[in-house]
Ligand binder design. Structure first.
Ligand code: AMP
Ligand code: ZN
Ligand code: ZN
Length: 451
């Protein structure tokens, strides 16, 4: 009976299309901590098929600091962390004395410095938004949550999240045209085993790949697969760390001098009294981290202009861990300098908005926001992204990428050289004797005299 009903329903879907078929739809998926090069190291057939059918950006330059909450918010706002205000997974606001952590993240105060795309989508009115656990989606931001959302709970299975998302995407009242889907792996295993433990990472990545297959099968079964745009990306990569690479703060400075707001690999230090004194002691704490006064933080990090960024920050070198004196329980971590390839995720996308079989080397994660707004027909909020960086991925945009441009220039040069050679050769050729024309000329010349 239920089989008959399913067949009937899928028949209706196949014949009559979906509610809101005229509006473009977009599903944004994040597999936390999916380092870009996992795609090359491991055999991931579902992801490979998805990529062949769409586009791939091999490395996405994410925002500093390369942590989960800040980067998920950069993707959906197009803003660097100093501008959207989620500057770490653990924060402290000195004025209000409020704290933020992944277990205490639902105060809108922290999120309201920006407007995420799910809110703008609902405000501009082509449809509503739905979310299965993207950071921030269970918080009222600018007075709104996505129309459909789930309270964050890591024990909800991937299959359940997908089923919810697909049900919501099938809703006709209201129509859902934008949805997010989040999954904790391969981040959790990356921390536990380290990214170089190929045996354990293979196992978890094969599971992630099967999740992609499951998502595809569910979207296909509900008739959405051909019309929906799907972006699969991540927030950051993962670096190998080691108990032999510890920067022990207690060896350099007494804890009574400062409060440690955020830990490693970017430690946020709030000095209790004398900032310069604390700074000078930290400067002498080995040579495997950079110590910055807030005003000295390099421009390229775009990580200075927010009062939630603490007066001193310490940035550990790749693979090093800042501790007070604890021992290290993990073999992988992220948060390091966003110029490091190990910190970069990838982006793959498929659907009517995207080319098929196109590959590009890089974009910034803040570029994803204007691209998503374009697909959904939304006017973007002010942002730090560059839409033109993503033009070559999109079917409705004209673009020449670098290899094509070089090809065209070389082609034009070859044609010009060939023509020049032909002209030179033909000019230099010895003219064949033309006896009759000479005779004619002479007879013309002589005519008046004869006459
Ligand atoms: P991290 O690796 O420390 O940057 O953070 C990753 C962890 O953040 C995940 O393993 C989850 O436990 C947690 N997390 C992810 N999304 C959320 C969310 N929406 N709410 C609360 N915690 C989350
Ligand atoms: Zn993460
Ligand atoms: Zn993590």
């Amino acid at each position: 009976m239920s089989l008959l009903l399913t067949l009937l329903l899928s028949g209706i879907v196949a014949c009559c299309g979906h509610p809101g078929d005229s509006v473009p739809r977009l599903l944004l998926v994040s597999f936390d901590g999916f380092r870009a090069d996992y795609l090359e190291t491991y055999h991931l057939p579902h992801l490979q098929e998805f990529i062949e059918d769409g586009v791939l950006v091999k490395q996405v330059t994410n925002a500093f600091i390369t942590k989960t909450f800040p980067n998920h918010y950069s993707i959906v706002t197009g803003l660097y962390e100093e501008s959207h205000g989620i500057v770490a997974n653990d924060m402290y606001d000195a004025d209000t004395k409020k704290t933020f952590s992944q277990f205490n993240d639902s105060d809108p105060f922290w999120w309201n410095e920006a407007v995420p795309i799910w809110v703008t989508n609902q405000q501009q009115g082509n449809g509503t938004s739905a979310a299965a656990m993207w950071p921030g989606t269970d918080v009222k931001i600018n007075n709104a949550t996505p129309h459909f959302f789930m309270k964050y709970n890591f024990s909800v299975k991937f299959q359940e999240r997908v089923e919810k998302i697909v049900t919501w995407l099938n809703s006709s009242d209201p129509v859902v045209n934008f949805a997010t889907l989040y999954w904790e792996e391969p981040d959790v295993s990356g921390h536990k085993y380290g990214p170089n433990d190929t045996e354990n990472m293979r196992k978890v990545l094969e599971k992630v790949d099967n999740h992609v297959g499951y998502l595809k099968s569910k979207l296909k079964a509900s008739g959405l697969w051909d019309s929906i745009n799907v972006i699969i990306t991540s927030d950051h990569g993962m670096a190998t760390c080691s108990p032999k690479k510890l920067i022990v703060l207690d060896g350099c400075i007494d804890r009574s001098n400062y409060v440690l707001i955020d830990k490693s690999p970017v430690a946020a230090v709030l000095p209790k009294k004398n900032k310069k004194y604390v700074y000078n002691l930290l400067k002498k704490c080995g040579n495997h981290m950079k110590v910055y006064l807030k005003e000295e933080i390099p421009e390229r990090f775009h990580y200075r202009h927010n009062k939630r960024i603490q007066p001193i920050i310490l940035v550990a070198d790749e693979g090093w861990t800042i501790v007070q004196n604890e021992s290290l329980l993990k073999l992988g971590d992220h948060g390091y300098d966003n110029a490091l390839p190990s910190m970069h995720p990838f982006l793959a996308a498929r659907g009517p908005a995207f080319h098929r079989g196109y590959k590009q080397s890089t974009i910034n994660n803040v570029d994803i926001y204007p691209m998503m707004c374009h697909i959904l027909g939304l006017t973007p909020q002010p942002h730090n992204g560059t839409f033109s960086n993503t033009k070559c991925l999109l079917t409705d945009q004209w673009c020449i990428n670098l290899p094509e441009a070089i090809g065209i220039v070389i082609g034009v040069l070859m044609v010009l050289t060939t023509f020049t050679c032909i002209i030179i050769i033909s000019k230099n050729r010895v003219a064949p004797p033309r006896p009759f024309s000479r005779l004619q000329l002479q007879s013309d010349d002589d005519d008046p005299l004869i006459g």
